[in-house]
Design a protein around this ligand. Sequence first.
Ligand SMILES: O=c1ccn([C@@H]2O[C@H](COP(=O)(O)O)[C@@H](O)[C@H]2O)c(=O)[nH]1
Length: 268
Amino acid sequence: MSTYRQRLKEVVAARGNLCVGIDPHANLLSSWGMPLTASGLETYCRTIVDALGETVAVFKPQAAFFEVYGSAGMAVLERVLADIRAAGALSIVDAKRGDIGSTMEAYAEAYLGKDSPLAGDAVTLSPYLGFGSLMPAFERAVAFDKGVYVLARTSNPEGGQVQLALGRGGSVAQEVVDAAKELNTRARTRAIGLVVGGTHGSLGIDVSDFNGSILVPGIGAQGGRMEDLPGLFGAAFDNVLPMVGRGILQAGPDAEALRRRVSTFLAE
Ligand SMILES: O=c1ccn([C@@H]2O[C@H](COP(=O)(O)O)[C@@H](O)[C@H]2O)c(=O)[nH]1
């Protein structure tokens, strides 16, 4: 199998550079006329993948909204991941996992394991317990041609409190960027990506020579704009994967309306 980075490049070249968030907010389910049950959740997700699965490059299901429905919700997540794969798109499971190394082994197996039903093409990780504690996930990503996205500079206004705090050589976020870059250089598969929000006037970190994919949430409902991304990311712009959730989902459930909204974001 090709590496995550190779698959990402291919699908983006064919379908355009956009990741659509699958965020089953209760208010969206209700406005789409779907019940707040695991079955409503499944209809909602399948409506999105049926409408966009063959045109959008990447989907990012947000695990929290599936956990709300317990084991039935997690079973829906498994099926949605299979649907995304069958449609020829890639998936990033937004689970933001991170723990001490021994527990991290289990999270890594769940979300990046070779045959795990909850494994997509990539998963989001939180480095709050130390970048090195995520090593079990990095190892599996390299071994099984998957990707990971480590939170560096998140889109929310509170994130700077921790991420822009000064660490040993610069900000905490910059340490994450530099550590991810170094591991990518060593492993050569470029499996390690970053999450950097598109909501900031300036990033406050230097990602100009980062050598992996950069997932950029915050576009649309959170106020970030596609047209600002080239200026915001500069030399790193080629590595940027913009991500939009509610900004697209609010156009549903009509399939044609969802596709039109995707085209609008891509055109920007
Ligand atoms: O810094 C971050 C990291 C993750 N997210 C997630 O992305 C989507 C955003 O959805 P929108 O509807 O486009 O706002 C959501 O799942 C967040 O948990 C983020 O927003 N910022």
